[in-house]
Design a protein around this ligand. Sequence first.
Ligand SMILES: [Zn+2]
Length: 273
Amino acid sequence: MSKETLSFVTPPPPKNYKISSAFSYNFKLALTPYPDECLYSIFCRYFVRSGSTSNKRTVFELFGEAQNLASLVYLPRRLELVDGWVGSGSLITREGLADNNSCYGYFSVAFTETMLQEMEEKIVTGGSNRSLERQMIQKCSRSYWPEYLQYCPECTKEDIESFGETYWHRLPQLPGVEYCPKHGKAIQNSSVYLKETTMRFLPASHTLRRMDEKEKAEKWMHKEKYLMIAKDSEWLLMNGRRLKGCKEVARKYKELFMEKGLTTAQGIRYSLQ
Ligand SMILES: [Zn+2]
């Protein structure tokens, strides 16, 4: 199956789906998101701690239906279920998960005004909006997503020292992030294909018992530029949402171009002399 054939579209939820209070209690006990942890990783840790031996059963327990898990590496999907997962009044909120445990900020700079408004409404009200999820997946252009889940060896060691386990971080999964901005280490491919995560919980703590530290010469030669991309990607993860979508970003670019004399109100000036 190629990356292009991966389907992220799920069928409508069953009308009678309700998360049990016992599940909510267990989920809350098991899972406080770690810094920069993606949603997929949180569910992987739940899978391990629940003692489940069936990926399918845990998917239905969490979502009440079949769910493509790979998109949860990147996107804040199924936020309407958060109250059911953690109970109301929890410190774990839809907004916190979207901001800190998904790549929403990073991708939102490409969102249209309508998409952004609908997503912000979903975060506030927790309403279900399947057509928005489909648009979001198309917008986030999965053909650029790396083939494998990725990691920084130094971040992994620090996770184990700090938390007793490691987890899948968001930042190394983004296209163009080839070096860790914190440690300057080359980002490594794990043994987990992204497409393998479609139907399976594959926790980093199991996968990263063996780690590599390879560094390709063609990447090392451009390390400083890659580090700039990584730092900018990290900044977008944290701040992209505040840029308010593609229209505002385009307006800001135009302002900056005008400041530098690269464009006029009518359009781009082609002479850079
Ligand atoms: Zn690192």
